[in-house]
Design a protein around this ligand. Structure first.
Ligand code: UFG
Length: 320
Protein backbone atom coordinates (compact mmCIF):
# COMPACT_ATOMS: atom_id res chain seq x y z
CA UNK A 1 0.00 0.00 0.00
CA UNK A 2 1.07 3.58 -0.59
CA UNK A 3 0.92 6.14 2.19
CA UNK A 4 0.30 9.64 0.80
CA UNK A 5 0.91 12.43 3.29
CA UNK A 6 -0.80 15.73 2.54
CA UNK A 7 -3.41 13.94 0.40
CA UNK A 8 -5.98 16.59 1.31
CA UNK A 9 -3.86 19.30 -0.29
CA UNK A 10 -3.92 20.69 -3.80
CA UNK A 11 -1.26 18.45 -5.34
CA UNK A 12 -1.71 15.57 -2.87
CA UNK A 13 -5.36 15.12 -3.78
CA UNK A 14 -4.51 14.81 -7.48
CA UNK A 15 -1.74 12.30 -6.72
CA UNK A 16 -4.10 10.27 -4.52
CA UNK A 17 -6.82 10.25 -7.16
CA UNK A 18 -4.49 9.21 -9.98
CA UNK A 19 -2.73 6.48 -8.00
CA UNK A 20 -6.05 5.08 -6.81
CA UNK A 21 -7.46 5.11 -10.34
CA UNK A 22 -4.34 3.34 -11.57
CA UNK A 23 -5.12 0.50 -9.18
CA UNK A 24 -2.82 1.31 -6.26
CA UNK A 25 -4.20 1.00 -2.73
CA UNK A 26 -3.68 4.36 -1.07
CA UNK A 27 -3.82 5.66 2.49
CA UNK A 28 -4.38 9.40 2.66
CA UNK A 29 -2.86 11.03 5.74
CA UNK A 30 -3.68 14.67 6.39
CA UNK A 31 -4.12 16.90 9.44
CA UNK A 32 -6.59 19.08 7.47
CA UNK A 33 -4.94 22.29 8.67
CA UNK A 34 -4.43 23.37 5.06
CA UNK A 35 -5.93 20.31 3.37
CA UNK A 36 -9.63 19.70 2.74
CA UNK A 37 -11.53 16.56 3.61
CA UNK A 38 -13.72 16.88 0.52
CA UNK A 39 -10.61 16.51 -1.65
CA UNK A 40 -9.96 13.04 -0.17
CA UNK A 41 -12.36 10.82 -2.06
CA UNK A 42 -10.08 7.87 -2.79
CA UNK A 43 -8.41 5.20 -0.67
CA UNK A 44 -8.43 5.13 3.11
CA UNK A 45 -8.30 8.38 5.07
CA UNK A 46 -6.37 8.83 8.32
CA UNK A 47 -6.77 12.17 10.07
CA UNK A 48 -3.49 12.99 11.77
CA UNK A 49 -0.22 14.74 12.03
CA UNK A 50 3.36 13.72 11.36
CA UNK A 51 4.36 15.01 14.77
CA UNK A 52 2.23 12.22 16.29
CA UNK A 53 4.68 9.30 16.54
CA UNK A 54 2.06 7.08 18.19
CA UNK A 55 -0.27 7.58 15.25
CA UNK A 56 2.53 6.86 12.78
CA UNK A 57 3.31 3.61 14.63
CA UNK A 58 -0.37 2.72 14.50
CA UNK A 59 -0.65 3.41 10.76
CA UNK A 60 2.52 1.49 9.85
CA UNK A 61 1.47 -1.44 12.04
CA UNK A 62 -2.06 -1.56 10.69
CA UNK A 63 -1.34 -1.20 6.97
CA UNK A 64 1.14 -3.05 4.81
CA UNK A 65 2.90 0.05 3.52
CA UNK A 66 5.68 -0.38 0.96
CA UNK A 67 5.99 3.20 -0.36
CA UNK A 68 5.55 6.68 1.08
CA UNK A 69 4.69 9.68 -1.07
CA UNK A 70 5.38 12.69 1.11
CA UNK A 71 3.61 15.91 0.15
CA UNK A 72 2.58 17.21 3.58
CA UNK A 73 4.37 20.52 4.14
CA UNK A 74 3.95 24.19 4.73
CA UNK A 75 4.45 25.98 1.41
CA UNK A 76 4.18 29.73 1.82
CA UNK A 77 7.43 31.55 1.09
CA UNK A 78 6.24 34.71 2.83
CA UNK A 79 5.13 32.89 5.96
CA UNK A 80 8.44 31.01 6.07
CA UNK A 81 10.32 34.31 6.22
CA UNK A 82 8.09 35.44 9.11
CA UNK A 83 8.13 32.15 11.04
CA UNK A 84 11.26 30.19 10.05
CA UNK A 85 11.18 27.79 13.03
CA UNK A 86 7.68 26.70 12.08
CA UNK A 87 8.97 25.74 8.62
CA UNK A 88 12.02 23.83 9.84
CA UNK A 89 9.83 21.98 12.33
CA UNK A 90 7.02 21.08 9.92
CA UNK A 91 9.03 20.49 6.78
CA UNK A 92 12.23 19.00 8.17
CA UNK A 93 11.62 17.62 11.67
CA UNK A 94 8.31 15.96 10.80
CA UNK A 95 9.85 14.43 7.68
CA UNK A 96 12.52 13.00 9.95
CA UNK A 97 9.72 11.39 12.03
CA UNK A 98 8.39 9.83 8.86
CA UNK A 99 11.80 8.56 7.75
CA UNK A 100 12.43 7.11 11.22
CA UNK A 101 9.17 5.21 11.24
CA UNK A 102 9.88 3.96 7.71
CA UNK A 103 13.24 2.66 8.90
CA UNK A 104 11.61 0.96 11.88
CA UNK A 105 9.10 -0.83 9.62
CA UNK A 106 11.62 -1.50 6.81
CA UNK A 107 9.83 0.66 4.26
CA UNK A 108 12.40 1.73 1.70
CA UNK A 109 10.62 3.66 -1.07
CA UNK A 110 10.03 7.38 -0.81
CA UNK A 111 8.77 10.08 -3.17
CA UNK A 112 9.35 13.62 -1.94
CA UNK A 113 7.71 16.86 -3.08
CA UNK A 114 10.47 19.35 -3.44
CA UNK A 115 10.43 22.72 -5.11
CA UNK A 116 12.17 25.04 -7.56
CA UNK A 117 12.75 27.22 -4.47
CA UNK A 118 15.81 25.07 -3.67
CA UNK A 119 17.66 26.87 -6.51
CA UNK A 120 17.16 30.39 -5.14
CA UNK A 121 17.96 33.22 -7.56
CA UNK A 122 19.10 31.31 -10.68
CA UNK A 123 22.51 31.92 -12.30
CA UNK A 124 21.27 30.62 -15.66
CA UNK A 125 18.01 29.72 -17.42
CA UNK A 126 16.70 27.07 -18.00
CA UNK A 127 17.57 25.58 -14.63
CA UNK A 128 18.90 22.03 -14.70
CA UNK A 129 19.22 19.77 -11.67
CA UNK A 130 22.97 20.51 -11.72
CA UNK A 131 22.34 24.20 -10.98
CA UNK A 132 23.80 25.25 -7.57
CA UNK A 133 21.34 24.90 -4.70
CA UNK A 134 21.19 28.18 -2.79
CA UNK A 135 17.66 28.75 -1.51
CA UNK A 136 16.94 32.27 -0.30
CA UNK A 137 14.08 31.60 2.14
CA UNK A 138 13.37 29.16 5.01
CA UNK A 139 10.79 27.33 2.86
CA UNK A 140 13.35 26.42 0.19
CA UNK A 141 16.02 25.77 2.83
CA UNK A 142 13.79 23.37 4.79
CA UNK A 143 13.08 21.40 1.58
CA UNK A 144 16.78 21.29 0.71
CA UNK A 145 17.58 19.96 4.18
CA UNK A 146 15.27 17.03 3.47
CA UNK A 147 16.83 16.48 0.04
CA UNK A 148 20.30 16.37 1.64
CA UNK A 149 19.11 13.93 4.28
CA UNK A 150 17.56 11.66 1.64
CA UNK A 151 20.78 11.61 -0.33
CA UNK A 152 22.76 10.60 2.80
CA UNK A 153 20.16 8.08 3.90
CA UNK A 154 20.15 6.26 0.55
CA UNK A 155 23.91 5.68 0.55
CA UNK A 156 24.85 2.09 1.31
CA UNK A 157 21.29 1.09 2.15
CA UNK A 158 18.21 -0.31 0.49
CA UNK A 159 16.39 2.99 0.90
CA UNK A 160 15.51 4.67 -2.41
CA UNK A 161 13.92 8.01 -3.13
CA UNK A 162 12.69 10.25 -5.91
CA UNK A 163 12.72 14.01 -5.31
CA UNK A 164 10.42 16.01 -7.55
CA UNK A 165 11.22 19.71 -7.75
CA UNK A 166 7.95 21.29 -8.79
CA UNK A 167 7.99 24.57 -10.64
CA UNK A 168 4.64 26.48 -10.63
CA UNK A 169 1.79 24.01 -10.18
CA UNK A 170 -1.47 25.15 -11.73
CA UNK A 171 -4.82 23.96 -13.07
CA UNK A 172 -7.24 21.40 -11.73
CA UNK A 173 -8.40 17.89 -12.43
CA UNK A 174 -10.18 17.68 -15.81
CA UNK A 175 -13.39 16.60 -14.03
CA UNK A 176 -13.25 19.81 -11.89
CA UNK A 177 -13.91 17.47 -8.96
CA UNK A 178 -10.76 18.61 -7.14
CA UNK A 179 -8.52 21.64 -7.54
CA UNK A 180 -6.66 24.51 -5.91
CA UNK A 181 -8.22 26.03 -2.80
CA UNK A 182 -5.81 27.85 -0.48
CA UNK A 183 -6.80 30.11 2.37
CA UNK A 184 -5.53 32.74 2.08
CA UNK A 185 -4.94 32.41 -1.67
CA UNK A 186 -1.63 33.91 -2.77
CA UNK A 187 -1.12 32.30 -6.19
CA UNK A 188 -1.36 34.22 -9.42
CA UNK A 189 -3.82 32.12 -11.45
CA UNK A 190 -6.54 31.51 -8.81
CA UNK A 191 -6.38 35.19 -7.80
CA UNK A 192 -6.75 36.36 -11.41
CA UNK A 193 -9.67 33.95 -11.89
CA UNK A 194 -11.32 35.20 -8.71
CA UNK A 195 -11.18 38.72 -10.14
CA UNK A 196 -12.89 37.39 -13.28
CA UNK A 197 -15.50 35.76 -11.05
CA UNK A 198 -16.12 39.07 -9.28
CA UNK A 199 -14.90 37.73 -5.94
CA UNK A 200 -12.04 40.26 -6.00
CA UNK A 201 -11.95 43.75 -7.48
CA UNK A 202 -8.51 43.66 -9.13
CA UNK A 203 -5.22 41.84 -9.15
CA UNK A 204 -1.96 43.36 -7.99
CA UNK A 205 1.04 42.74 -10.23
CA UNK A 206 4.05 42.56 -7.92
CA UNK A 207 6.71 44.48 -9.81
CA UNK A 208 6.70 45.88 -13.34
CA UNK A 209 10.42 46.60 -13.52
CA UNK A 210 11.98 43.13 -13.72
CA UNK A 211 14.60 42.51 -16.43
CA UNK A 212 12.10 40.60 -18.59
CA UNK A 213 10.50 41.64 -21.94
CA UNK A 214 7.33 43.07 -20.31
CA UNK A 215 8.87 43.87 -16.90
CA UNK A 216 6.94 41.17 -14.98
CA UNK A 217 8.20 37.88 -13.52
CA UNK A 218 8.35 34.77 -15.68
CA UNK A 219 7.44 31.33 -14.33
CA UNK A 220 7.19 27.79 -15.67
CA UNK A 221 3.55 26.75 -15.10
CA UNK A 222 2.96 23.02 -15.01
CA UNK A 223 -0.45 21.40 -14.87
CA UNK A 224 -1.22 19.52 -11.64
CA UNK A 225 -2.25 16.41 -13.62
CA UNK A 226 1.23 16.28 -15.15
CA UNK A 227 2.74 16.65 -11.69
CA UNK A 228 0.59 13.72 -10.56
CA UNK A 229 1.67 11.51 -13.50
CA UNK A 230 5.32 12.18 -12.57
CA UNK A 231 4.60 10.55 -9.20
CA UNK A 232 3.34 7.43 -11.00
CA UNK A 233 6.56 7.39 -13.00
CA UNK A 234 8.37 7.82 -9.69
CA UNK A 235 6.85 4.55 -8.44
CA UNK A 236 8.19 2.72 -11.52
CA UNK A 237 11.59 4.36 -11.05
CA UNK A 238 11.74 3.19 -7.43
CA UNK A 239 10.90 -0.35 -8.50
CA UNK A 240 14.26 -0.36 -10.26
CA UNK A 241 15.97 0.39 -6.90
CA UNK A 242 17.23 3.77 -8.03
CA UNK A 243 17.22 7.22 -6.42
CA UNK A 244 17.30 10.59 -8.15
CA UNK A 245 16.15 14.21 -8.28
CA UNK A 246 14.03 15.66 -11.11
CA UNK A 247 12.74 19.06 -12.16
CA UNK A 248 9.06 19.17 -13.06
CA UNK A 249 8.22 21.99 -15.42
CA UNK A 250 7.18 22.27 -19.05
CA UNK A 251 10.41 24.08 -19.96
CA UNK A 252 8.67 27.26 -21.10
CA UNK A 253 7.96 30.47 -19.20
CA UNK A 254 5.05 32.91 -19.06
CA UNK A 255 5.15 36.39 -17.56
CA UNK A 256 2.61 37.62 -15.02
CA UNK A 257 1.08 39.83 -17.73
CA UNK A 258 0.87 36.92 -20.18
CA UNK A 259 -0.90 34.80 -17.55
CA UNK A 260 -3.42 37.55 -16.85
CA UNK A 261 -3.99 37.91 -20.60
CA UNK A 262 -4.69 34.16 -20.84
CA UNK A 263 -7.08 34.41 -17.90
CA UNK A 264 -8.91 37.16 -19.79
CA UNK A 265 -9.10 35.01 -22.93
CA UNK A 266 -10.35 31.96 -21.04
CA UNK A 267 -12.95 33.77 -18.94
CA UNK A 268 -13.97 36.57 -21.30
CA UNK A 269 -13.69 39.08 -18.42
CA UNK A 270 -11.57 42.18 -18.24
CA UNK A 271 -9.55 41.47 -14.99
CA UNK A 272 -8.36 44.93 -13.86
CA UNK A 273 -4.74 45.12 -12.67
CA UNK A 274 -2.62 47.48 -10.63
CA UNK A 275 1.19 47.39 -10.60
CA UNK A 276 2.82 47.67 -7.19
CA UNK A 277 6.24 47.03 -5.66
CA UNK A 278 8.03 43.74 -6.06
CA UNK A 279 7.17 40.97 -3.62
CA UNK A 280 10.17 40.05 -1.47
CA UNK A 281 12.09 36.99 -2.61
CA UNK A 282 10.56 36.66 -6.12
CA UNK A 283 13.24 35.73 -8.69
CA UNK A 284 12.75 37.39 -12.11
CA UNK A 285 12.69 34.17 -14.12
CA UNK A 286 12.25 30.49 -13.21
CA UNK A 287 12.14 28.03 -16.10
CA UNK A 288 12.89 24.33 -15.75
CA UNK A 289 15.24 22.30 -17.85
CA UNK A 290 13.11 19.12 -17.84
CA UNK A 291 15.32 16.92 -20.03
CA UNK A 292 16.34 14.69 -17.14
CA UNK A 293 12.74 13.88 -16.15
CA UNK A 294 11.91 13.13 -19.79
CA UNK A 295 14.91 10.84 -20.28
CA UNK A 296 15.32 9.06 -16.93
CA UNK A 297 11.85 9.23 -15.38
CA UNK A 298 10.25 8.68 -18.82
CA UNK A 299 7.81 11.46 -18.01
CA UNK A 300 6.35 14.03 -20.36
CA UNK A 301 3.94 16.90 -19.71
CA UNK A 302 0.71 16.28 -21.63
CA UNK A 303 -0.88 19.71 -21.13
CA UNK A 304 1.45 22.31 -22.63
CA UNK A 305 -1.01 24.98 -23.71
CA UNK A 306 -1.41 27.69 -21.06
CA UNK A 307 -5.04 28.51 -21.93
CA UNK A 308 -5.97 24.82 -21.56
CA UNK A 309 -4.27 24.75 -18.15
CA UNK A 310 -6.10 27.89 -17.03
CA UNK A 311 -9.43 26.60 -18.36
CA UNK A 312 -9.26 23.62 -15.96
CA UNK A 313 -8.50 25.98 -13.05
CA UNK A 314 -11.43 28.19 -14.09
CA UNK A 315 -13.84 25.25 -14.22
CA UNK A 316 -12.91 24.41 -10.64
CA UNK A 317 -12.90 28.00 -9.33
CA UNK A 318 -16.41 28.47 -10.72
CA UNK A 319 -17.59 25.57 -8.56
CA UNK A 320 -16.09 26.89 -5.31
N1 UFG B 1 1.98 37.41 -8.49
C1 UFG B 1 1.44 38.66 -8.71
N2 UFG B 1 0.26 38.96 -8.09
C2 UFG B 1 -0.38 38.09 -7.27
C3 UFG B 1 0.20 36.80 -7.06
C4 UFG B 1 1.38 36.50 -7.69
O1 UFG B 1 1.99 39.48 -9.43
O2 UFG B 1 -1.43 38.42 -6.72
C5 UFG B 1 3.25 37.07 -9.20
C6 UFG B 1 4.37 36.74 -8.24
O3 UFG B 1 5.05 37.90 -7.85
C7 UFG B 1 5.22 35.78 -9.09
C8 UFG B 1 4.19 35.08 -9.99
O4 UFG B 1 3.02 35.90 -9.96
O5 UFG B 1 6.08 36.52 -9.90
C9 UFG B 1 3.83 33.71 -9.51
O6 UFG B 1 3.49 33.80 -8.12
P1 UFG B 1 2.81 32.61 -7.31
O7 UFG B 1 2.55 33.13 -5.93
O8 UFG B 1 1.66 32.07 -8.08
O9 UFG B 1 3.93 31.47 -7.29
P2 UFG B 1 5.47 31.56 -6.84
O10 UFG B 1 6.29 31.59 -8.11
O11 UFG B 1 5.72 32.66 -5.88
O12 UFG B 1 5.69 30.22 -6.04
C10 UFG B 1 5.25 28.94 -6.48
C11 UFG B 1 4.95 28.08 -5.28
C12 UFG B 1 6.23 27.82 -4.51
C13 UFG B 1 7.26 27.23 -5.43
C14 UFG B 1 7.47 28.11 -6.64
C15 UFG B 1 8.41 27.41 -7.58
O13 UFG B 1 3.99 28.71 -4.45
O14 UFG B 1 5.95 26.92 -3.46
O15 UFG B 1 6.22 28.34 -7.29
O16 UFG B 1 8.57 28.11 -8.78
F1 UFG B 1 8.43 27.11 -4.78
Amino acid sequence: MILITGAGGYIGSHVNKLMFEEGYQTIALDNLLNGHEDLIKWGKFVLGDLKDIKLLNFVFKKYDIDTVVHLAALTSVNESVQFPAKYYKNNFQYTLNLLNIMEKFNVGKFIFSSTASVYGEPDSIPISEKHPLKPVNPYGKSKLMVENLLSERSKNSDFNYVCLRYFNACGADLSAEIGENHDPETHLIPIALNVALNKLEKITIYGGDYPTPDGTCIRDYIHVHDIATAHLKGLEFLDENKSDVFNLGIGRGFSVKEIIKSCREVTGYEIPTVVENRREGDPAILIADNKKAKKNLKWKAEINDINSMIKTAYNYQKKL
